[in-house]
Write a protein that binds this ligand. Structure first.
Ligand SMILES: Nc1ncnc2c1ncn2[C@@H]1O[C@H](COP(=O)(O)OP(=O)(O)O)[C@@H](O)[C@H]1O
Ligand SMILES: [Mg+2]
Length: 226
């Protein structure tokens, strides 16, 4: 896919024929320097914006062919989001925050049980009924992870999910995402500038000047040397 912002002299080619595929269950990092096009890429995969050219397939569906209406419900059903700032609604409780994406998609009987189970798994059972502004930054990011998983999405997308956390908390959140991915066979696509904190992952995609290639900058250099 390619993505061009702006017009004429102000044009920015944020993505330039970036192309790759990700398999179900893979834990994938997207790396690259600031301004390289990582967030743009994530916004395309997250169906928050459309590419100027090219296609985005999710579960075999060419999402670029979906109407705006269909895109919203597809996004809500198929995608979970974790942001740098957890974006919790501070007037709601932890449990209510996790339930939100489920309510948008139409509540069903097991929603609350599922939310409680997820919160237990991320270690926040004691905080269930606390207001979201009464918990720590690390806890908030755990809530955001549970919220991202509540609709059992095909893909969880995260843009710098640890960017706002100290290194110990950041390590905990990374480990939690990795263990959830393994436990649920859940696809994760994570933009990060700290790939070294993630240890072994299934795939690293490096974005450079809007172009995508598999592997980290480091492995690319090593290939050149070899
Ligand atoms: N909404 C926008 N309008 C115009 N230019 C944008 C917009 N969003 C991003 N860009 C530009 O596109 C390029 C890629 O940005 P971005 O995807 O945010 O990079 P990254 O997340 O890797 O830092 C940058 O040059 C940025 O300034
Ligand atoms: Mg970014």
């Amino acid at each position: 896919m390619s993505k061009i912002y702006g017009y004429g002299e102000n044009q920015v080619k944020a993505l330039d024929h970036a192309s790759f595929s990700i398999e179900k269950g893979e834990f994938v990092l997207i790396v690259g320097s600031s301004g390289s096009g990582k967030s743009t890429l994530l916004n395309m995969i997250g169906l928050l914006d459309r590419p100027t050219n090219g296609k985005v397939f999710i579960d075999g569906v060419d999402t670029t062919k979906l109407t705006e209406n269909k895109i919203s419900s597809f996004r809500n059903k198929k995608l979970g989001f974790i942001f740098q700032f957890s974006n919790l609604l501070t007037d709601l409780t932890v449990l209510e925050n996790v339930l939100l994406p489920r309510q948008i998609g139409g509540t069903n009987g097991s929603a609350e049980k599922d939310a409680r189970d997820l919160l237990k798994t991320v270690g926040l059972e004691p905080q269930l009924n606390k207001r979201a502004n009464k918990i720590s930054g690390g806890q908030a990011q755990r809530v955001a992870i549970a919220r991202g998983l509540i609709n059992n999405p095909s893909i969880v997308l995260a843009d710098e999910p640890t960017g706002n956390l100290d290194s110990v908390t950041s390590d905990n959140v990374v480990q939690l995402m990795k263990s959830m991915a393994k436990k649920l066979h859940q696809t994760f696509i994570i933009v990060t500038h700290e790939p070294e904190h993630f240890g072994d992952v299934d795939k690293i995609i490096t974005i450079k000047d809007g172009k995508a290639f598999e592997g980290s900058e480091q492995t690319k250099k090593m290939e050149v040397i070899a």
